[in-house]
Write a protein that binds this ligand. Structure first.
Ligand code: ADP
Ligand code: MG
Length: 594
């Protein structure tokens, strides 16, 4: 076989395949161009899931007739002239490949007009060639129409999914752009029917983004979100994310943006999950995370479709984000029940902790961090809480002395008077939280108190489970569990941490579970191992007794008061709710708070 140079048209189609994989990838490029052109309105319509038509109309700066012709040439871009410019780029585009690619693999028409132009100009073409051009009535902005995508690349066409799937991709792309740019109005029409129409909101980011989230993700998801804003040097983070009691079965509602660009980033996603600090099985938060940093700190160019990003200082970004999320969640109070449906929970307005010195060192500047939550709106419930006496000392807001134990309900709930209001505690959840933190403290300090069992507890597992768990023998010993084997499927528990009491059945479940979730001992993260073991052990060990004596209930509440997160059990369930005096008064329609 002899070496041949590919004909230009074939080369163009191959190159186009890198940029345009499916209808949603063209749409993404077109929307980015509109935003780069300074549009304040972007209107999208699609037919047949974008396979027949994608049209994007904007009110941006437009192009001159000469630039219009140039815009579909390869590597034509108004955004960089030299390679050095790449690092300093503040726009979405810079490769000059999107329109070139669209012309190669579809029937393309672009109509554009600048402010003050006497007429709009258009060009039309397909298969890489301009086939018609002319003038049209003036209207500032640009309309790009991509028809019959891949009509000349049948192999590609075959790889497209069914309409519902491609349609879902299209909608997602517009959702992402809309969440990232609340100051721009967006509308989407599919097969002649409006999917959404969102007004621009140029107010503070939190209200604007929350409003977008409400329209795009629904009121219920939006209600479960909390907000945070934190800066460290040149790193700036703004985020909306689910409170621990509002998690979902899928990752569907997770959006990440770096320098306003929608990205998929394992680093950011894992940082978010780490921020929750607790094991949640298959539950996922909803989020819109916006990270801004100097363009030189991030490489958006590792993927031709610019979907994945790489940070120069991955570790520092991870720490910054997980730390901020974690601090925010610990400070977020969900203690008061919203008696009125719709009333939002009270929030703790404490400033976020300073970012670690490592983060500050990496991102220079050393500017003091801004206080978090400054932009938060005061809700009705916040106002009511403000009217209550300030909690004594530095305890959580639900603890307002004197706190008196009133009794137990259904052998499960403990009822207290606190600050003249009603405090209801889920006894199991509270015990789990207290145990979890005590055990974690001992574990971190390496001071586990161990309780040898006079009669070892015998645990029966499958042979492979037993095999797995035995690989953890040494690590588990350090965590206070002494295990041995009495047969291929039989294990003996010789000692446990003194904090725990396990029935035979509970020990069985604990070790069955651990054998499934613990991976290779040396390869797992230390904090994760501790967390997993502690969470499960707490869950299994406290079921033993249900009745609590008043002194025990009182001790539990005092212990809970000093917990780092007194509001949730290690699995994220609420531990308590508090109905303050103002809410009681309101419930009984009293005009004054007693
Ligand atoms: P890139 O965005 O990487 O520069 P594109 O192929 O997407 O490359 O676009 C080429 C050029 O066409 C852009 O640099 C821009 O100057 C111009 N352009 C594209 N779309 C628009 C638009 N909607 N409004 C104004 N100019 C546009
Ligand atoms: Mg572009």
């Amino acid at each position: 076989m002899s070496v041949k140079v590919l004909p230009e048209e074939v080369a163009a189609k191959i190159a186009a395949g890198e940029v345009i994989e499916r209808p949603s990838s063209v749409l993404k490029e077109l929307i980015e161009n509109s935003l780069d052109a300074g549009a304040s309105r972007v209107s999208v319509s699609a037919e047949k899931a974008g396979k027949a038509l994608i049209r994007v109309n904007d009110d941006g700066a437009g192009m001159s007739p000469e630039d219009l012709r140039l815009s579909v040439m390869r590597h034509s871009t108004s955004k960089i002239a030299a390679f050095e410019d790449l690092d300093a780029l503040g726009t979405y585009g810079f490769r000059g490949e999107a329109l070139f690619s669209a012309l190669a693999v579809s029937r393309l028409k672009i109509t554009t007009c600048r402010a003050g132009d006497e007429a709009a100009s258009f060009i039309e073409g397909d298969s890489g060639a301009i086939k018609a051009e002319g003038k049209a009535a003036p209207a500032r902005g640009t309309t790009v129409e991509v028809r019959d995508l891949f009509f000349n690349v049948p192999a590609r066409l075959k790889f497209l999914r069914g309409d519902p799937s491609e349609r879902a991709h299209l909608i997602r792309v517009v959702e992402e752009a809309a969440l990232a740019n609340p100051g721009v109005s967006f509308s989407l029409e599919v097969d002649g029917a409006e999917v959404f129409s969102l007004k621009a909101d140029n107010g503070p980011w939190e209200t604007a983004c929350l409003a977008r989230a409400r329209e795009l993700l629904g009121g219920k998801v939006a209600e479960g979100l909390t907000a945070l804003e934190q800066n460290a040097g040149e790193l700036s983070l703004r985020a909306l994310f689910s409170l621990p009691d509002s998690l979902y079965a899928t990752r569907q509602n997770q959006f990440f943006f770096v320098n306003r660009r929608p990205v998929s980033s394992k680093t950011l996603q894992q940082a978010l999950y780490r921020g929750y600090d607790i094991m949640r099985g298959s539950k996922h938060p909803a989020c819109a995370v916006y990270l801004d940093l100097p363009p030189a700190e991030v490489d958006v160019n590792i993927h031709p479709r610019k979907a994945d990003v790489k940070f120069r200082a991955e570790g520092a970004v991870f720490k910054f984000v997980s730390g901020a999320v974690n601090a925010r969640l610990l400070k977020t109070q969900r203690a008061s029940v919203a008696i009125d449906p719709g009333a939002s929970p009270a929030r703790d307005e404490a400033a976020a902790p300073a970012p670690s010195s490592e983060v500050r060192a990496v991102f220079g500047a050393g500017k003091p961090p801004a206080a978090a939550g400054a932009a938060e709106q005061e809700s009705v419930t916040d106002a009511l809480f403000a009217a209550e006496p300030a909690p004594g000392g530095s305890g959580p807001s639900w603890y307002q002395p004197p706190v008196n134990y009133l009794g137990q309900l259904s052998k499960s709930y403990l009822v207290f008077e606190s600050g003249g209001g009603l405090l209801v505690v889920d006894q199991h959840a509270a015990q789990e939280r207290v145990l979890f933190e005590k055990y974690m403290d001992e574990l971190v300090l390496g001071k586990i108190r161990v309780q040898p069992l006079v009669i070892p507890v015998s645990v029966e597992l499958s042979a492979s489970q037993a095999e797995n768990i035995m690989r953890w023998q040494d690590w588990l010993k350090g965590a206070g569990f002494e295990i041995g084997r009495s047969g291929p499927t039989h294990m003996l528990l010789h000692a446990t941490p003194a904090l725990f009491y396990f029935s035979q059945e509970a020990a069985q479940e604990l070790f069955g579970y651990l054998s499934e979730v613990l991976g290779e001992p040396s390869r797992s993260d230390e904090a994760l191992k501790r967390n997993t073991v502690a969470t499960m052990a707490c869950k299994k060990s406290v079921k033993a007794r249900d009745f609590l004596k008043p002194q025990e209930a009182q001790r539990l509440i005092e212990d809970l008061k000093t917990a780092k997160d007194s509001f949730h059990c290690p699995h994220g369930r609420p531990t308590l709710f508090h109905i303050g005096r103002p809410e009681l008064a309101r419930k009984f329609q009293r005009t004054t708070v007693i």
